[in-house]
Design a protein around this ligand. Structure first.
Ligand code: SAM
Length: 213
């Protein structure tokens, strides 16, 4: 999703932030050629923020819900240590092929494990805990993803969900997706077991952490 800030400001932010590598840039360029669906790619501000979280929280095991063309997965994998693992899942085989092409060219690609299939099924078949769970797939399932992921966090583990402002439509939710995201935001905020905050990076990131750890 583009257009959250003016193009001028987006460029300024990009010019004054950590640069992505050539492989990431090529992946971004190929994704942009897909036209409107390319708006699903989370981009550099989100990618750099996730990298920071992974580094300061010493994340080793990450789950991503929603691979698309693999941009956020590649960004996150680059911040993982060499023995780190990122499990990502998607239902779309075609866009996953684009992802695999660029992961194969990256020294960090071997840290990424792709599962094709509906996320809920995939997660239920996975064992173990995660240091970071990045939710970025079908918005109508955000609340379900929270419910099945909230007990899968390691000590200090975080859930981060993208697009929680849904271009501002959460203020007056009318369509199904806006309503689902608004319900998710209310569900998380009302869960006393968890601490949460919305960070207004791009389309809004919800950061969720278990209390008392
Ligand atoms: C917003 S995109 C992910 C973007 C990616 N994280 C990035 O930043 O480049 C959402 C993806 O979720 C996938 N998706 C939709 N429904 C799904 C489901 N039930 N299970 C897994 N993936 C799903 C779509 O195929 C799409 O590729």
């Amino acid at each position: 999703m583009a257009g959250f800030l003016s193009e001028e400001l987006e460029k300024y932010i990009s010019d004054h932030s950590e640069k992505t590598g050539l492989n990431e840039q090529s992946l971004r360029d190929e994704t942009l050629k897909l036209g409107p669906p390319s708006a699903m790619m989370s981009g550099d501000s989100v990618g750099n923020f996730l990298k920071l979280i992974i580094k300061i929280n010493n994340c080793k095991r990450i789950l991503e819900i929603g691979t698309f063309t693999g941009y956020s997965a590649l960004m996150m994998a680059a911040a993982l240590p060499s023995n780190g693992k990122l499990i990502t899942c998607d239902v779309n085989k075609e866009t996953s092929e684009i992802a695999k092409k660029y992961w194969a060219k990256s020294p960090h690609g071997s840290k990424i494990e792709l599962h094709i299939g509906p996320a809920i099924e995939t997660i239920n078949n996975l064992e173990g805990e995660f240091d970071l769970i990045f939710i970025d797939a079908d918005k109508n399932n955000y609340s379900n993803y929270f419910e099945i992921c909230k007990n899968r966090l390691s000590k200090n583990g975080l859930i981060i969900a993208d697009n929680v402002l849904w271009s501002g439509k959460v203020l007056k939710p009318e369509d199904d997706q806006a309503k689902s995201i608004d319900s998710f935001n209310k569900l998380v905020n009302g869960d006393n077991e968890f601490w949460n905050t919305i960070v207004p990076i791009r389309d809004g990131l919800m950061i969720i952490k278990k209390r008392g750890k």
